[in-house]
Design a protein around this ligand. Structure first.
Ligand SMILES: Nc1ncnc2c1ncn2[C@@H]1O[C@H](COP(=O)(O)OP(=O)(O)OP(=O)(O)O)[C@@H](O)[C@H]1O
Ligand SMILES: CC(=O)N[C@H]1[C@@H]2OC[C@@H](O2)[C@@H](O)[C@@H]1O[C@H](C)C(=O)O
Length: 374
């Protein structure tokens, strides 16, 4: 019988809005029992520190390099993860002895798949030492060593979930609308196809912050008051990213922010919400077929304007759109749960990625284990 472990997944995504913490009991295969979730937001000051981290990382060519200030940011990020784990255990009255391992994503500060370079800051050994819990981290690197895009990694978890609810003959596509969006298609025979699909919330967040100081468009309400500017939308959707036969994974900085003066606040937000929805549909054209149903996860599902546009566009292709919650999941917890799941798979030496998910040459495992001093 396979070992069932209790794991906590920790995700600090490209939106840099905070740490998502989720508990999962799993054997890393078909047994999945979802536990509680906690979102621990970053304050504005730390978000600025992380943005500084992205600037510092831009010239790096060695994924282990940590110029002084970047190392300081890495330690601070790790300490914030220690605090997030402590807050999670306290809130749900759990003791650390009940937790077998932590799946630690860290913060992506640079992602250049064409150069086989992906850098996540976050010190796994320090996290293990400070929490007293084993840590699995750095789960993207081995995929790139074997020719993969290094992302997305969540598809293995999506596929395991789909196996539990997908009806015969149905095809499902999970959509994550985070800072960047990505898709996981699961065909009727369990075939998986996955890739990054385009810009998600990052362009919207950057625009709204530049114009108002708010960090996002709550509910998509600002966008709801604007109109789509076709020239700007065409500029984004005409990107070479959407062409060619190789699906590339994205860095947060791959799509240029909308410049001040190009649109009114509302029209800019509306246009970028349209671009977020249209990008998904455009990239979905590379799936084996139009899925019966899209299940939307990530913060973008709370943007009513993105969701209305997407439901309309997908509907015209015969697909239904539902939120993760409508499908019985938690759209905020999905990535953190996935990191718990992948950490358990890593310990078991099971593949994290497949040719159909990252373009890796063969199914490969990944991750580095850090044990606390006993
Ligand atoms: N209530 C809301 N209304 C509209 N948008 C929201 C809302 N809540 C969150 N968002 C958007 O979702 C973003 C965060 O989404 P999420 O946490 O899924 O991203 P992430 O995990 O950081 O990114 P990625 O999946 O690319 O790593 C926020 O930056 C914001 O743009
Ligand atoms: C390099 C990196 O951190 N990529 C993220 C990013 O955010 C969304 C999308 O781009 C996805 O490919 C990936 O994250 C998720 C968690 C993944 O690997 O599945």
């Amino acid at each position: 019988m396979d070992i069932v472990r209790t794991a906590i997944g920790l995700m600090s995504g490209t939106s840099m809005d905070g740490i998502d913490v989720a508990l999962l009991r799993t054997d890393g295969r078909g047994f999945i029992e979802r536990g509680p979730f906690l979102g621990v937001p970053y304050d504005g000051g730390f978000r600025e520190r992380l943005k500084r981290g992205l600037d510092l990382a831009r010239p790096l060519t060695d994924r282990t390099a940590r110029p002084d200030e970047l190392r300081d940011i890495e330690i601070e990020l790790t300490e914030r993860h220690v605090d997030a784990v402590t807050a999670f255990l306290d809130k749900f009255s759990l003791s650390r002895d009940e937790i077998d391992l932590l799946g630690f994503h860290g913060q992506t500060v640079l992602h250049r798949p064409d150069d086989a370079l992906t850098i996540q800051i976050g010190d796994g050994a320090l996290l293990a030492q400070r929490t007293g819990i084993s840590v699995v981290y750095d789960m993207r690197a081995n995929d790139m060593v074997h020719g993969g895009q290094g992302a997305p990694l969540v598809p293995a978890y999506h596929a395991a979930l789909a196996g539990r609810f997908q009806k015969e003959g149905q095809t499902t596509c999970f959509v994550n609308i985070g800072g960047i969006s990505n898709l996981t298609y699961i065909g009727a025979e369990g075939r998986i196809a996955a890739f990054d699909s385009g810009p998600g919330n990052t362009l919207i967040d950057q625009w709204v912050e530049m114009q108002t100081g708010k960090t996002y468009d709550p509910g998509g309400e600002i966008a709801g008051r604007g109109k789509v500017m076709p020239d700007i939308a065409a500029r984004y959707l005409g990107s070479p990213f959407f062409q060619g036969n190789i699906r590339r994974s994205l860095d947060r900085g791959d799509f240029k922010p909308l410049a001040d003066g190009e649109a009114s606040l509302e029209d800019g937000a509306r246009t970028l919400a349209y671009v977020a929805a249209a990008s998904i549909v455009k990239s979905a054209g590379y799936l084996p077929e139009s899925p019966s149903v899209y299940i939307v996860c990530g913060g973008g599902r709370l943007n009513g304007t993105i969701m209305a546009e997407f439901a309309d566009m997908a509907g015209k292709k015969g697909s239904t759109v539902m939120s993760a919650e409508q499908a019985g999941f938690d759209g905020d917890a999905m990535e953190a749960e996935a990191w718990a799941y992948l950490a358990v798979r890593s310990l078991e030496g099971l593949p994290l990625t497949y040719p159909g998910t990252t373009g890796v040459s063969q199914p490969v495992t990944g991750g580095v284990v850090a044990e606390p001093a006993r």
